[in-house]
Design a protein around this ligand. Structure first.
Ligand code: AVJ
Length: 335
């Protein structure tokens, strides 16, 4: 049953879907309870992105150490028209994790140049970031028709809300896929290949495997922006769930694990403590040096990408990299 309260016509060419607030608070509460009441504590990285967390991530993208965004932007600046031309149009664009949409513009402009009008469906967990970027884009490009979804990706894919009729070019940029472990990334891409049609395409942005020192530097900036981003998930538990975390009692840690191929981020308790979380009716006990795993950022090579594609209903059509081969954008087509 689709409730009309979930849809807001923000402007003439911008329609917004918002997952109901109680459901969103509930799933945050459930995931925090599930992650902090087990021996190996963990929190899902999607909860970094409230409006402060999204702003901190934007700041991360400006860090000299965090080369990912610049490398991907370089690729799109050079190849966006070629990418769009690689798919039989007319296309509509579905974007998973649109964020500030700076890179998306390059693809939207290429599609608008090719066909004049474009339906654009951004999906993002952060309503604030989504609304501000989608309304800017709708105002700026008269040929753009925006239907935005403030929701979890899988929820949108599994529901009947996302309706596409033309050839779909889906975008999953920024190495956001890196936050999923191999089994979960296969499930997510499988959900995409099953929601769209054979011949529809996905542009997948992936950070590439490289010197571990370079990878670790990207997640351990000396200005402490990444540490603040990581700790923001605890700040969110304090704000939204009545938690009592002392953020100063945690240290940010990020290490490359070569066997897993991921930079794994943790919050490390600097002393033993008991932290009540009022709205959950629990108190979380941590020992000195105990860790909370907050994020894994998987890194890829061409074989990893080919394997992921084959396991989830896609084939690799083409790939583009930046001049230093740090990052890849791969065009996958649904078979
Ligand atoms: C947005 C998930 C791609 O893993 O590189 C940046 C998030 N975390 N610095 C990443 C992030 C710490 C980022 N992704």
């Amino acid at each position: 049953m689709i409730s009309h309260k979930e849809w807001t016509p923000v402007s003439e060419r911008f329609l917004l879907y918002r997952a109901p607030e109680p459901a969103r608070v509930e799933s945050f509460a459930d995931d925090v309870r599930a992650g902090l009441t087990v021996p190996r504590k963990h929190l899902p990285p999607k909860y970094f992105y409230d409006s402060l967390g999204s702003a901190l991530f934007e700041a991360i993208c400006e860090l000299p150490e965090y080369y990912l965004t610049r490398a991907e932007t370089e690729i799109l600046e050079r190849y966006a028209p070629e990418m769009v031309a690689s798919v039989d149009g007319p296309i509509e664009i579905v974007e998973f994790g649109s964020g500030s949409a700076r890179k998306t513009r390059l693809l939207l402009e290429a599609a608008l140049a090719a066909q004049g009008r474009v339906d654009y469906h951004p999906i993002d967990i952060s309503p604030g970031a989504l609304i501000s970027s989608a309304s800017t884009l709708a105002a700026e490009y008269p040929g753009l028709n925006v239907t935005a979804y403030a929701s979890d990706y899988v929820e949108v894919l599994r529901s009947a809300r996302l309706r596409t009729s033309q050839r779909v070019l889906a975008l999953f940029l920024g190495s956001n896929i890196g936050n999923y472990d191999p089994a979960a990334s296969q499930r997510l891409l499988r959900a995409m290949s099953e929601s769209f049609k054979p011949g529809d395409a996905l542009l997948l942005g992936t950070d590439l495997k490289k010197d571990p020192a370079v990878l670790e530097r990207a997640y351990n900036d000396p200005t402490g922006v990444t540490a603040a981003f990581n700790k923001n998930v605890l700040a969110r538990i304090n704000r939204e769930l009545g938690g009592a975390f002392d953020l100063d009692a945690f240290e940010h840690s990020a290490r490359y694990d070569g066997a897993r191929g991921s930079v794994d981020s943790f919050l490390v308790a600097q002393r033993g403590m008991t932290v009540p979380i009022e709205r959950l009716g629990i108190a979380v006990g941590l020992t000195a040096a105990e860790t909370i795993h907050t994020e894994s950022s998987h890194k890829f090579d061409a074989a990893d990408i080919a394997m992921l594609a084959a396991a989830s209903g896609f084939r690799v059509e083409r790939a583009w990299t930046d001049t230093d081969a740090r990052f890849a954008v791969t065009l996958l087509v649904i078979v």
